[in-house]
Write a protein that binds this ligand. Sequence first.
Ligand code: BDP
Length: 697
Amino acid sequence: MNEMMFSLRKSVLTALVACCLAANCHADDGSRLWLGKTGAANAQITLTAKSTATTDIARRELASAWNGGAVSMTVKKVKGMKRDAYTIRIKDGKVAITSPSDIGLLYGAYRLLQLQTMNAAGGDMEVKESPFHDIRLLNHWDNLDGNSERGYAGKSIFWNVSGFPKAIGSNEVKDINNNPLNNDTYARACASVGINGAVLNNVNASPKMLTTEVLQMAKQYADVLRPYGIRVYLAVNFSSPVVVGGLATADPMDKDVQRWWKEKAKEIYGLIPDFGGFLVKANSEGQPGPMDYGRTHADGANLLAGALRPYGGIVMWRAFINNPTDPDRAKQARLEFEHLDGKFLDNVIIQVKNGPIDFQPREPFNALFGALRQTAEMPEFQITQEYLGQANHLAYLGTMWEEFFSEVTQYADYKANQLKAKYNAIAGVANTGTDANWTGHPLAQSNWYAFGRMAWNPDLDAKTIANEWVSLTFPSLSGKQHDTVVSMLMRSREAVVDYEMPIGLTHQFGNSHYAPGAWDNRAIRRDWLPVFYNQADADGIGFDRTKATGTDNTSQYSPAFGGMMEDVKTCPDKYLLWFHHVSWNHKCQTGRSVWEELCYRYQNGLNEARQMQRQWNSLEGAIDQDIFRDVQTRLMTQTRDAEWWKDGTLLYFQSLNKKAFPDFLEPPVHTLDECKKNRVHVGLYRSPTREELNRER
Ligand code: BDP
């Protein structure tokens, strides 16, 4: 175990000294996220409830930043009001925050401060808030060795080998004002948008997570996060009883295995009394699972759920089964889980990626949503931009999640099912890392923020959230400058879709899930190949998922959605090549042929990247210099990459269809051979880590 050093903290002193030394070096390293500056505020704050660690935080937050009139906080149970709900009332300059719980008061306090920064807390007003999802989780794909799978912002914030202090806990290095509140930036940021749980490790879970030594580390995190209303959850490896417990099998029907999980649950709850539960990736991409023993997902999930049940813990069993048995991977989740509906214990939730393939820039919603009637389901979003330019490209995902919610709620029983489920949950794969600004791309902080806001209220629109985030993060911008950033955010994801894989193309990556590779026909699995997904040849392009002639994925959806997708005339352009194989001359809804539409979209994506550069450049002087340069450099990379994507992909398709490029298309500046050889490289630009900044200082 020694080779794995899970150093939480060294000493408070070392960190604080480093921070004080650093105080004058960097104007803004982005480390404060959207939390704003704390400073001189002297409002009178009263609490008519038992004071708890949580109300203490609420009081401290208000005391350090609220500039308005007296605030009273009251815990009041109201029938039918959710535990996390709160009301803020401002009358004659006096503020009253009420909630059934102390955590609701903290949420109310954060909201009040946000309203203040957004200049929206004036006059008499009332704000009533109640979360839609009860469990709002970040999934950290962090490995015990300190790396973060698909993390593009440095190393893991929880686990490491180097002995540096980690990002949360009592001696956070980023506290440049020596303010104890800033010691817990991670927890504050999460609580400020209502995130109330964190899975601390990767779904490709090391069995070592369940060793006593590592559980004790998890306990320390749980202790730090608890006052902020954040529960700790762990991803577990199904083989843990064998690897950690020394048993001969991990078969769910084996009595010793059952006993092992029960004892493990007891041990965990002894350390972490409010432990949230387990997240499991089983029988997917080489991970062990119940099917290794001829059992079902339900057998496996119930084994763990049974062990956690006496303590109120849940099991989030992932539906991402990337070992397809059907020729169409998009159908797999529903095929795998629908027939098991009703067989799961009631503390099992099936965790379903928003789209049926894998966090692509655009996918229709997964047909499993709404399909389970007796089993809870929860969406899994990816906040980290694995397939959307990683930390190099600007891609505000609020618009993507808004699209998901609007479609899934129209065409599947999403809301009704969530509301009747005993556990109503949602998760996002975090984009956090040890970079000083937490998320690599400074503007990617907006995605963490947006996830929390939408998990709380899926009816919020992406633009409202973008406006909030810009106001909170860059409060000193003029109205016009503010609108410039919002406009960049709002168009950014569509720009990525356009230059990476428009009109329903998917999985066109050459390497590292970053670079173009439409031509790629070499991989260990056929269904990992761009050519498999584009099905492009001399005559046409697209993946036929229709009932009439294709894989019949459309029948997995409700008649309303499936029917619309099935008919090539009603299928929207944005999903055309997802559901249909069509000729290059097929007319899109725009009136352009598929070939012209593709050319148009790739060109548009590139134009948009350039436009974002121009817009950002107009903000020079208005945004902190370090952050300005950082984003400016990343936008250069993004524009360069958009050009590679456009040239490579269109030249490849042209090599098949032999069609001329339309006049509006800028002629390529890279040959297809160049594109094939010179794979665009990831990680050209990286912001410094907290440790690097501190060393520099
Ligand atoms: C894919 C990622 C891989 C994850 C997997 C998952 O490339 O790193 O392990 O999803 O979600 O998108 O399990």
